[in-house]
Write a protein that binds this ligand. Sequence first.
Ligand code: C2O
Ligand code: CU
Length: 458
Amino acid sequence: MDRRSFVKASCITLTSGSLFKSLPGLSNVKPSGYVLKASEGAFSFDQAQPVPTRVMYYNQSIPGPVIKIPQGEESVIQFHNALEEPSSIHWHGLRINNAMDGVPGMTQALVQPGETFNYRFTPPDAGTYWYHTHQRAWAQLALGLAGVLIVEESHPPLVDQNLIFAIDDWRFGEDRQIDTSSLGAMRDWSHGGRMGNMITVNGQIGKTYTVSIGQRIRFRMLNIANSRIMTLRFNHPQTSIISVDGQPVKPYLVDSGVITLAPGQRSDLIIDITSDPGSNSPIELLIKDQVFPIANFEIDNKVQREQLLDSPISLPDNPANQMVLPNEMKQVPLHIGGGAMGRMNKAIFQGKEMGIKDLIQNKQIWAFNGIAGLPEKPLFSVKRGTAISLNIDNDNVWPHAMHIHGHHFIDDKNPAELRDTALLTRQEKGSLKFIADNPGKWLIHCHMIEHQASGMVT
Ligand code: C2O
Ligand code: CU
């Protein structure tokens, strides 16, 4: 970790609103439609000391533009591929029609260089989501192809500021260029995934949010990193969680100010600012016993209100919250094997049984139920409306962030929440329960993107 860079002072103050307006190349095609253009180019992660870094990005911005679309209404997002390689966009966490899910070779054809694809969908649930490439994501996502997507409530809760905190992890060389030589390194893929040495918040090193005493903030947090699990500490006693992975929860105060987000996960917070005027209050990333300030709340000298608002905010339920699980469920076992120190000596890959040497030749090192990569037959195939219990045995020494496309599920560990991405620690067993009510072919994979690439996908 480059600690100096983390703590480097910077005085950028961009709220989501101003960020949105200042983005180049973002234009409306329909009342609620956008154009997203993926390209290669240069971007500066440090506005105080700009260095042009070669990246892949949407609309020349990292993360891509914040897309805001209304709940329950159709939106069109036109994707234009100006890269020199094919791509696609996946709308992470949205329960939309299968043909718009953005998985090349499964729900659509690759969008070739120079081509355009119109994503047209109606999001049933409001909340905090994101979008990202689903093609060679181990490279394209690591180079920057991701952005925040907000499905707006018809009556959003009243707050003083809406802020976004999209946290990402980059592996830079000395020259502040992304270390592309390590993309695809099996040593990362067989361990915890490709970790970076630089953390950004909304694409910037040393992000500062300016807030006033007594303000009520809605704070949307997203982990858009390839593989790093982020444990974040807040220094605001009045911080509560109002939704996870887009879906409302009964609000609760954050325990000791610490929130963990696995890659792909989100949390919406309500923060009531209590600190003293003129003070600073960092958000810290905890890695083992080290503490890295990665963003800062700067308390200005204004007083928004003397007395904190005491009415707790809770979000209206989404249609997803109406899920009722029956007692009888189809039990689907999912064994996760492999990885470094995993003692996996063989697996099936593309229909053929292979020993570990051949698997590694094919860049495979993980297996679901003994199969590395997409199986010839789906993990399960059921009639619409079937209740599923995906019983995961994480039989290896690595944590994984299991993501199910097109559905939200209840993780046994925390039945009060609906998630689309669940963190399982080493050797952990757990069940993800949901109603398979969205017809089509859906992926299940680890959201440590290098694990997905090296076998953890079905
Ligand atoms: Cu956010 Cu298949 O992924
Ligand atoms: Cu994994």
